[in-house]
Design a protein around this ligand. Structure first.
Ligand code: AMP
Ligand code: ZN
Length: 137
């Protein structure tokens, strides 16, 4: 993807703060971090989101995210870490190249990642459960 900013960053065309790199992934510091040590795991291969990228690259990207989570937790003296991965504008995705956020957390920090619960009846829950499981099998 010639006009994709994360393709250019992942493949080294645009220099940035790289905390980890191998032949398939680059992990960078987020330019507008939610907290100190907020990292983004970028596959070097382009796929707009989780639906467009092959399963092996997605699962290997999460394995990299685990390694980064352990490193930022120790190096930033974090108490916890959020792993966040947005797919589609409706889900808050702003850059159309699959990426995983790794956000170190401390109690009392200013990061807000929160959703209010919706109300569902038992029947609605059963219908939802069936719709999803039918789609998997
Ligand atoms: P998302 O909303 O999940 O698509 O996240 C996109 C993230 O990419 C945001 O947290 C941005 O701050 C970050 N971002 C956008 N452009 C750059 C860039 N050139 N270098 C580093 N991070 C970026
Ligand atoms: Zn790309």
């Amino acid at each position: 993807m010639s006009d994709c900013i994360f393709c250019k960053i992942a493949n080294g065309e645009i220099p940035t703060n790289t905390v980890y790199e191998d032949d398939r992934f680059r992990v960078i510091l987020d330019a507008a971090p939610a907290n100190e040590g907020h990292c983004l795991v970028l596959p070097k291969k382009h796929g707009a989101n989780i639906f467009e990228l092959d399963g092996e690259t997605v699962s290997d990207a999460f394995a990299v995210a685990k390694k980064i989570a352990e490193a930022v937790k120790k190096s930033m003296n974090a108490e916890g870490v959020n792993i966040l991965q947005n797919n589609g504008e409706a889900a808050g995705q702003t850059v159309g190249h699959f990426h995983i956020h790794v956000i170190p957390r401390k109690s009392g920090d200013n990061v807000t990642i929160k959703a209010d619960a919706i109300e569902l009846s038992d029947e609605e829950k059963q219908n939802i459960c069936k719709k999803i499981s039918d789609e998997i099998s």
